[in-house]
Write a protein that binds this ligand. Structure first.
Ligand code: NDP
Length: 257
C-alpha cells in the first residue's frame, strides 16, 4: 500500500464526542475529508450545527444526542450502530471540560467530581461502549484528548483537578492499549499545548496569562484546533499501524522546558 493510501479512511465509521466545535469539529472534518463516515455525539442539536453543515461539502456526518457522562446512553448508541451493521471502527474521545482556575484549598467536592465525571469517566464509558464492538471485530482505533497538563503542571494558574483528570486519561490510554493490543484495537492519545478554543479563550483571566504561556513555549505560540486534528487523524489512520499506548505531544515544545 502506498503511503498516501494509509491516511485514507474510506469505509471507516468514526465517532467523535463533543464534535460540535473547536478541536472536536476539526477532528470531524479531518476524518470525514479522509473518507470516514462520522457520528458526532453532542448534548443538543444546536451544539452540532456546524458539524452537520459539513454535509454541504459532501461529507457523511450524522448526530447522536448524548452526554458522555451517561454510560447507559453511550452503550445504547454503540449498540444501535453495531445492530445496524455500522459499528464504530474509530473513536475520538474529545469531549472535555477545562481548567477551573480554582486553588486546591477552594475546590469543592462538586468541582472535583464534575471534572472527573466528564474528563475521566466519560472517556472510559465511551471507550468501553464503542471498544467492545472493536474488540469483537478485532480492529479499531481510539484516540483520546489528553493534555500537556497531564504531563507537567503548567504555571501560573491553579488547575489540579484538570491536571489530574488528564494524567488519568494518559494512563487509561496506556492501560487499555496494553489490554486490547491482542484484539487488534489501538489506543493512543494526543497531549496538546494551549489551543485557541472557547475552552481557553472564554476565561477572561486566561487572556492575561497568555504572555506567560508564550514565554514558556519554545515555539512561542499557541496552537490551532486544526493542528491537533492533524495528529488525531494520523493516529486514527493506518499510517500509525504500529502505534499504541503513545501519548503524542502536540505542544510547540512546551514540555521540553
Ligand atoms: P471546547 O470546550 O471548545 O469544546 C468541547 C466540546 O465538548 C463542546 O462541543 C462541548 O459541548 C462538548 N462537551 C463537553 N462536555 C460534554 C459532555 N458531558 N458530553 C458531550 N459533549 C460534551 O473544548 P476544546 O475544543 O478546547 O477541547 C477539546 C478537548 O481537548 C478537551 O478534552 C480538552 O480537555 C482537550 N484539550 C484542549 C486544550 C485547549 O487548549 N483548548 C489543550 C489540551 C487539551 P457543550 O457545548 O455541550 O459544552
Amino acid at each position: 500500500m502506498g503511503y498516501q493510501e494509509k491516511f485514507k479512511l474510506d469505509g471507516e465509521r468514526a465517532v467523535v464526542t463533543g464534535g460540535g466545535r473547536a478541536i472536536g469539529l476539526c477532528c470531524v472534518e479531518a476524518l470525514a475529508e479522509a473518507g470516514a463516515a462520522v457520528i458526532v455525539i453532542e448534548r443538543s442539536e444546536a451544539d452540532a450545527r456546524e458539524a452537520l453543515a459539513l454535509r454541504d461539502k459532501g461529507y457523511d456526518v450524522d448526530l447522536k444526542i448524548g452526554d458522555v457522562t451517561d454510560s447507559a446512553r453511550m452503550e445504547a448508541i454503540a449498540t444501535e450502530l453495531a445492530d445496524s451493521g455500522h459499528a464504530a471502527t474509530i473513536l475520538v474521545n474529545n469531549a472535555g471540560i477545562g481548567q477551573s482556575g480554582i486553588p486546591s484549598q477552594d475546590v469543592t467536592d462538586a468541582d472535583w467530581l464534575r471534572m472527573m465525571d466528564v474528563n475521566v469517566n466519560g472517556v472510559f464509558w465511551c471507550s468501553r461502549a464503542f471498544g467492545r464492538h472493536m474488540v469483537a471485530a478485532r480492529r479499531g482505533a481510539i484516540v483520546n484528548l489528553g493534555s500537556m497538563s497531564g504531563i507537567i503542571c503548567n504555571r501560573p494558574q491553579p488547575q489540579t483537578p484538570y491536571n489530574v483528570s488528564k494524567a488519568a486519561v494518559h494512563h487509561l490510554t496506556r492501560s487499555m492499549a496494553a489490554e486490547w493490543a491482542e484484539h487488534g484495537v489501538r489506543v493512543n492519545a494526543v497531549a496538546p499545548t494551549y489551543i485557541e478554543t472557547p475552552m481557553v479563550m472564554a476565561v477572561e483571566a486566561n487572556r492575561e496569562r497568555i504572555p506567560v504561556w508564550l514565554a514558556d513555549t519554545p515555539m512561542g505560540r499557541m496552537g490551532t484546533p486544526e493542528e491537533v486534528a492533524s495528529a488525531v487523524l494520523f493516529l486514527a489512520s493506518g499510517a500509525a499501524s504500529l502505534m499504541t499506548g503513545a501519548i503524542v505531544n502536540v505542544d510547540a515544545g512546551f514540555t521540553c522546558w
